[in-house]
Design a protein around this ligand. Structure first.
Ligand code: MLT
Length: 272
């Protein structure tokens, strides 16, 4: 595993791009969920067919990434991901994100359309938060800051991991809990505020120049199958993959199926 870093620009904080696999051709950039970091992709990358490079930054506030700018916004994360991947030597990439990573992927597609050779939207949604969900994020942000730890978001594990995974792969729950415990309270607060501020980006999916993959676990209760279908309506030629026996963290719960779908997306983008 190697890493590359780009200095902070005037509007973005530097992000580190972790190189999860060296390879050839168009790289795949994987953007993680909240409140996790790039480590959530390890088993999917282990199972990944093909020989393309796989890059996975930690997004602002999470993992080893610095805090984002003073005003939280996923646009800053989007710009910083593109800067960091460009600094690693790639002008274009297939960009795939799971949940919060998907929100950032859509912001990249909107702000840097020429960068996106293909788009993967995993267990995510293109709509903005409803008012009560937004208020809840702001309440959680305030709470983790006041308590100076991430206990307030630990309970999310109950909705992140699907019922089948809990029954058949019991090691996954403590693994995800350990990733959440490792996050910083101020980073969790920044991310919640950034997600609360995101707009509806359904229109972006329609305009992506390359292929689009929409993938969802059939037991995902956070970004359910109906949210995936809403995105496919925006882009009729998108490939819809529904992963049986997976909850919200499909890439952690069913890594082989997710890896296969992502490798297929890279192959289609490379041939486009
Ligand atoms: C995630 O998995 O990234 C979060 O569930 C996203 C969200 O809170 O909307």
């Amino acid at each position: 595993m190697t890493t590359g870093q780009v200095p902070a620009g005037s509007t973005t904080q530097a992000l580190e791009v972790v190189n999860l696999r060296d390879g050839h051709g168009l790289p795949l950039v994987l953007l993680h969920a909240f409140p996790l970091d790039h480590r959530m992709w390890a088993s999917a990358v282990d199972a990944m067919p093909g020989d393309f490079t796989v890059l996975a930054p930690d997004l602002h506030g999470m993992g080893r990434a610095p805090d984002g700018p003073r005003t939280p916004g996923l646009e800053a994360s989007a710009d910083a991901v593109v800067s960091a991947v460009r600094a690693a030597g790639y002008d274009r990439a297939v960009v795939a994100g799971l949940s919060m990573g998907g929100y950032v992927a859509m912001a990249i597609a909107e702000r840097h359309p020429g960068f996106v050779a293909g788009l993967g939207l995993l267990d995510t949604k293109s709509t903005a938060d409803a008012p009560e969900a937004r208020l809840n994020r702001l309440r959680v942000a305030h709470q983790v800051e006041a308590e100076r730890d991430t206990t307030a978001v630990l309970g999310m594990v109950a909705t992140l991991v699907g019922d089948t995974t809990r029954a058949e792969q019991p090691r996954i729950v403590p693994l995800v809990e350990s990733w959440i415990r490792a996050q910083r309270a101020d980073g969790v607060a920044w991310s919640q505020r950034a997600m609360a501020a995101r707009p509806d980006r359904t229109h972006v999916i329609h305009d992506v120049a390359g292929p689009v993959l929409v993938l969802v676990g059939d037991e995902d209760v956070m970004s359910p199958v109906s949210a995936a279908e809403h995105m496919v309506v925006a882009r009729r030629d998108a490939e819809l993959v529904i992963v049986p026996g997976a909850g919200h963290l499909s890439a952690v719960e069913r890594p082989a199926q997710v890896a296969e779908a992502l490798a297929d997306l890279v192959a289609r983008a490379s041939a486009h």
